[in-house]
Design a binder for this molecule. Structure first.
Ligand SMILES: [Zn+2]
Length: 234
C-alpha cells in the first residue's frame, strides 16, 4: 500500500502517468489541464522543493521523453514559470527535477524583470494557468559581479543597469563594495531577487491581481552553485 501511495504522490508531483520499470516510475505523459487546475500555488511550491531534494539525492524522476513529446503536442499546462539567470551551470528543469510541459523558464543574465519578461509571465499565469512565479538567483553570479564593478561593454552596459537598483539600495553597507567581497555579492544577489519580485507586483497589475486572488504566488529562490541546493525565500 505504501508503494501505491508513493507512486500516486510521484504522479501528482510530476503531473504524469507512471509505468512500473524495475520498481521505479517512468513518466510518459505531461500535466493535463485538469491536473493543473487542481493545483494550488502552495502545492506547486512544495513540488518544486521536493524536486530539488530529488536532484540533490540523485533520485530524479525517470522520463520517457519521446512519449512525453507526443503527449505534450496538443497543448501545455505547466505548473510554474521560473525566472533564472542564463548561467550554464544551472539547468533549470534539472535542478527542480521537472520535465517536458512542467514549467515555463524565462532566462536573462541577472534574473531581473523587464517588459518582455513580464509579458511572458502574464502569458504563463493568466493565459496558461501556471500557479507560481519563481524568481531564482544564484551564488557567484557573473552579472551581479559585473554590475557591482560597473562593467561597460556593448549591450552589457544597458543590461547591467537593471541590477543597479539592488546595489544602490545597499548604500549603507560599510564593507568593501566590490565583487571581491563575497558577502556584498551575496547581499546584492538577494536584494536583486527581492526587488525583482517587488517590481513584478508593481509593474504587472495582471499578476498582482492573480496573487491577491490567491491564484498565483510569487516567490524568490537562491541556487547554491557549490551544492545544487535551492533555498526558497518564502
Ligand atoms: Zn548569473
Amino acid at each position: 500500500m505504501r508503494i501505491v501511495y508513493s507512486l500516486l504522490a510521484l504522479i501528482l508531483m510530476t503531473g504524469t502517468t507512471a509505468v512500473a520499470d524495475n520498481g521505479t516510475a517512468r513518466v510518459e505523459r505531461v500535466l493535463s489541464q485538469e491536473e493543473q487546475a487542481a493545483l494550488t500555488p502552495d502545492q506547486v511550491l512544495a513540488y518544486l522543493k521536493q524536486g530539488n531534494q530529488r536532484f540533490l539525492s540523485g533520485t530524479v524522476t525517470s522520463r520517457d521523453h519521446s512519449a512525453q513529446v507526443r503527449s505534450a503536442a496538443s497543448g501545455q499546462f505547466p505548473k510554474a514559470i521560473v525566472l533564472s539567470c542564463v548561467d550554464s551551470r544551472i539547468p533549470v528543469e534539472d535542478v527542480f527535477d521537472q520535465g517536458i510541459g512542467d514549467i515555463f523558464v524565462a532566462r536573462v543574465a541577472g534574473n531581473f524583470e523587464n517588459t518582455d519578461i513580464l509579458g511572458s509571465m502574464e502569458f504563463a499565469t493568466l493565459i496558461s494557468g501556471a500557479k507560481l512565479v519563481l524568481v531564482t538567483g544564484h551564488s557567484d553570479c557573473g552579472a551581479v559581479k559585473a554590475a557591482i564593478d560597473g562593467a561597460e561593454l556593448g549591450n552589457i552596459t544597458a543590461m547591467l543597469e537593471n541590477i543597479k537598483p539592488a546595489i544602490d539600495s545597499l548604500a549603507d553597507y560599510t564593507g568593501d563594495k566590490s565583487s571581491a567581497n563575497p558577502e556584498f555579492v551575496h547581499k546584492v544577489t538577494e536584494r536583486n531577487i527581492e526587488l525583482t519580485i517587488k517590481d513584478i507586483r508593481k509593474r504587472s497589475p495582471v499578476i498582482n491581481d492573480l496573487e491577491r486572488e490567491g491564484k498565483v504566488k510569487i516567490v524568490g529562490a537562491l541556487y547554491d552553485m557549490k551544492t545544487g541546493t535551492i533555498a526558497f525565500l518564502d
